[in-house]
Design a protein around this ligand. Structure first.
Ligand code: HEM
Length: 124
């Protein structure tokens, strides 16, 4: 296994992550039934987000906290939802990549998850 190297790796990883997440009994419905995501549109934005977060490429300008605040109005995002999201992200990274950037991605995901939860105001 190799480390995450570029945006192509991140797009592949997001496809893997979402293929498990959309089928997940605990949080899958948030993507399919609540947000009704168009993956063709959504996954490239996530690849841009992670490309910037891990490789400082610029090119991602959306407000991630606000996006989840809007989602939280439609369906309350609980600490359990975040734990499950985190678990599935770690499983997807570990199944496909290994190395320094992979570790950094898991750490950043946890930190950003904490930030989003704190800003939602129902952190526990
Ligand atoms: C309970 C946990 C989470 C759930 C259920 C969730 C779900 C979603 C959904 C449904 C969207 C699309 C919203 C829309 O466009 O209508 C979204 C967007 C996004 N999520 Fe999450 N999310 C979670 C946690 C996280 C975390 C921890 C991160 C980052 C580490 C993250 C990163 C993103 C990004 C970057 C976008 C925006 C992509 C864009 O449109 O620019 N999410 N999330």
């Amino acid at each position: 296994m190799t480390d995450i190297k570029n945006r192509d790796d991140l797009l592949f990883l997001m496809q893997e992550f979402y293929s498990t997440m959309l089928k997940d009994e605990e949080i899958g419905y948030i993507f399919t039934d609540v947000a009704k995501l168009d993956l063709k549109h959504h996954l490239p934005l996530l690849a841009d987000f992670w490309n910037n977060a891990l490789f400082h490429t610029g090119g991602y300008k959306n407000n991630v906290v606000q996006i989840h605040k809007n989602l939280d109005v439609l369906e309350k995002l609980t600490p359990e939802h975040f734990k499950r999201w985190q678990f599935l992200l770690i499983a997807s990274v570990d199944a496909n990549f290994t190395g320094e950037i992979s570790e950094k991605m898991k750490l950043r995901a946890s930190q950003i998850g904490m930030t989003i939860q704190a800003k939602l105001g129902h952190y526990s």
